[in-house]
Write a protein that binds this ligand. Structure first.
Ligand code: XIL
Length: 315
């Protein structure tokens, strides 16, 4: 039986995948993606980001985001919507118009009212704020932080709650999967939001790992977040290697996928697991990390890799 069937039988809400619009013309790909026994959840890899949804001020385009939202709906899959406020893939007008604090607050609120409002009632969760922290735990310097300080985070969370009252509000980041300064800073951010009465439901653990370097403190760290009363999810799992792939690397990758999935199973607050696409054919890794790749559970020809067996064994 499929990965999602196994994950739900093990008590998780879903096992899912990111996908992107150009891939959806590949019928071999979609025949597998559309099967909710395999994938019970979809995340749009790009088409709900700011540059895709509001390329010009107050001009919204939902065609591509809708394609993935509608696909999830027709397949009976949960939708994780991604993302509303992020320093990357922003249209130039957001960064170059030199908005003051009042102006940028209105820009954020209008973006969220329109985008989260458009999808109201459809996603299980929104990644409201994406990647707000530096690896040392300080706030990332970007147009939002530099103009508004930390206040952009409550502004975004409150706006999303107003636009879609039932969607789970997540902050999503990388290098917070394991204990350390960045995870501690994210926990402190959760505590300060809670103390101020700001809605926050979940923390997304991106989980872009490297073969042989999967952290050993995942369970301990996931539990520390759970103890704050938020849920968590593994939102962008892939485990890359330096190419070329070898049997030894593929075996290590199997163990690595096992360990990550097993960590989610050990913590009840971990709701689900999303791979950042399921086949090496459409992985973002080779273009972003030159010389690396083979990061997903299926190879370029859609054949199951040892990593797939690692996931099945954990589930
Ligand atoms: C990536 C997409 O997969 C790529 O297609 C795009 O070129 C860049 O963004 N963290 C995130 C995701 O939160 O939005 C990123 O997705 C991968 C890193």
């Amino acid at each position: 039986s499929g990965l999602n069937a196994l994950a739900t039988a093990a008590g998780k809400l879903y096992f899912g995948s990111a996908t992107d619009n150009p891939e959806l013309t590949d019928t071999t790909y979609t025949s597998y993606l559309n099967n909710s026994q395999h994938f019970g959840q979809l995340t749009p890899g790009n088409s709900m980001k700011w540059d895709a949804t509001e390329p010009e001020p107050n001009t919204f385009t939902f065609t591509e985001g809708d394609q993935i939202a509608n696909l999830a709906k027709s397949n009976g899959q949960i939708l994780r919507a991604h993302n509303l406020v992020w320093y990357s893939q922003l249209p130039d007008w957001v960064t170059s118009n030199n908005y003051n604090a009042t102006g940028l607050t209105e820009v954020i609120q209008n973006h969220i009212a329109n985008v989260a409002g458009h999808y109201k009632g459809q996603p299980y969760a929104w990644d409201v704020v994406n990647e707000p922290l530096n690896d040392n735990g300080s706030f990332r310097s970007d147009v939002f932080y530099d103009t508004l300080g930390e206040s952009y985070i409550p502004i975004a969370l409150n706006a999303t709650r107003a636009a879609d009252p039932n969607v789970k509000l997540y902050i999503n980041d990388y290098n917070i999967e394991y204990t350390g300064a960045k995870a501690t800073a994210m926990q402190n951010l959760v505590k300060s939001l809670q103390a101020d009465g700001v809605p926050i439901d979940g923390i997304g653990m991106e989980s872009h790992f490297i073969v042989g370097e999967v952290p050993t403190t995942l369970v301990e760290n996931f539990q520390a977040f759970a103890d704050l009363g938020v849920e968590i999810a593994i939102t962008e799992l892939d485990i890359r290697m330096t190419l070329p792939e070898t049997d030894a690397l593929l075996e290590q990758q199997k163990q690595d996928f096992y360990n990550v999935v097993d960590a989610c199973l050990q913590v009840s607050a971990c709701k689900g697991i999303t791979v950042w696409d399921w086949t090496d054919k459409y992985s973002w890794i080779p273009s972003t990390f030159p010389g690396e790749g083979a990061a997903t559970p299926f190879d370029d020809n859609y054949e199951e890799k040892p990593a797939f067996d690692g996931i099945v064994e954990a589930l």
